[in-house]
Design a protein around this ligand. Structure first.
Ligand code: ARG
Ligand code: ZN
Ligand code: CA
Length: 360
């Protein structure tokens, strides 16, 4: 398509947890609406959005694919007495009527709540304190789809795209000053934010009077009028992903569900001749400070062994267990350092494995 560009790199994946804080039942948006936002992020950060090839103000050679994808690990729905949180961080703390960040060194936390009439969303740059890092988006600007209750002009999920941009180190395209610097070379100078859906070919009055890139996600235009990032913004995001400890840890974390998901299913007949039922084991939570619960459907009574390995495959610890019922074991992994581990259940040579994360 564009021979001047290097081949696009393989994408990195950001595991996400979404906190839905609701006061009125209508604010308790569905998991489908949450997923619609994740879909928008995957399109916008993968340059697969339908509007990617709309009018580009002559910037076709610099617009680009950031090669970043997102996976939804958990949706937390929580009722709150707050009618609106406004622009403070109370939504990030259970004690303040919000919901504590989950595994902030492993997941990008997104809080969806009412933040008043003046704000669509806000986010921190890399380097913020881990418990407040992440994205906040107004309930009525989160997701995309005709069936959802969304603000006119902010109904395509671009608020969260913009805020995730900030979380990856991207500044507003006007550099928050008249002809300010957004620290990205391939975006033009703007006088300030553009709103609505600007006409084609508008120029700023900054040095060189460049045509403005009003369709950049880091401007303030309406959702249907912003539809790309630039390669320069991609490089800047990649720099922060490589160098910021929290972002780096997040992108190297697993996309496993936080909740009790069935993980591996094997046929019990593999264990015991004549049995046709499946054996499914669940290990939860997948991000823990110290305790893991193992649950087995259709358990086969008998001895088994649990082995834990680190990400490099080195043996870390062992526990002998006796399986007699469904809830098999409370496993203490509190002595393990923060990191990603493999859990292996071995019963009579039949092994089932699952990843989990320790985060103290
Ligand atoms: N941070 C901006 C705000 O203050 C969000 C802008 C989002 N723009 C959009 N078209 N969705 O609300
Ligand atoms: Zn912004
Ligand atoms: Ca620039």
């Amino acid at each position: 398509e564009n021979p001047g560009k290097p081949p696009s790199q393989s994408s990195i994946t950001i595991p996400v947890v979404v906190h839905v804080l609701w006061n009125t039942p209508a604010q308790n948006i569905s998991d489908a609406q949450v997923q619609s936002q994740i879909d928008v992020l995957n399109e916008d950060f993968g340059a697969t959005n339908r509007d990617y090839n709309n009018y580009d103000a002559g910037y076709g050679s610099v617009k680009g694919d950031l090669n970043i994808q997102f996976c939804l690990t958990q949706v937390i729905h929580k009722q709150t007495s707050h009618k609106s949180f406004g622009g403070n961080n109370n939504m990030k703390f259970t004690k303040k009527g919000g919901s504590d960040a989950v595994g902030p060194m492993h997941l990008l936390n997104i809080w969806v709540c009412d933040i008043g009439d003046k704000l669509l969303g806000f986010a921190y740059y890399p380097g913020a304190s881990p418990d407040i890092f992440g994205v906040v988006c107004h309930t009525n600007a989160f997701g995309s789809g005709a069936g959802y209750s969304l603000f006119t002009d902010y109904d395509l999920g671009r608020t969260t795209t913009h805020e995730v941009g900030h979380s990856l180190g991207l500044a507003h395209i006007w550099g928050d000053a008249n002809c300010g610097n957004d620290l990205v070379d391939d975006t033009p100078l703007h006088n300030g934010p553009n709103f609505g859906c600007p006409e084609q070919g508008l120029r700023s009055t900054c040095v060189g009077t460049p045509v403005m890139m009003t369709m950049n996600y880091m401007d303030y235009t309406d959702d249907r009028c912003m539809y790309f990032f630039t390669d320069g913004q991609g490089s800047r995001a990649a720099f922060f992903i490589d160098s910021d400890p929290q972002l780096n840890s997040i992108v190297n974390s697993a996309c496993t569900s936080q909740s009790r998901n069935p993980i591996t299913t094997i046929s019990a007949s593999d264990l015991l001749p004549g049995r046709k039922d499946k054996r499914t084991i669940s290990l939860y939570p997948s991000i823990t400070t110290g305790r893991l619960t193992l649950e087995i459907e259709n358990p086969q009574t008998g001895k088994a062994e649990i082995n834990i390995y680190n990400q490099a495959g080195a043996f870390m610890m062992k526990q002998q267990i006796f399986i007699s019922g469904k809830i098999v074991s409370q496993l203490d992994v509190s002595k393990l350092n923060n990191g990603i581990y493999y859990f292996e259940l071995n019963q009579g040579g039949v092994k089932q494995t699952q990843k989990f994360i320790v985060h103290h």
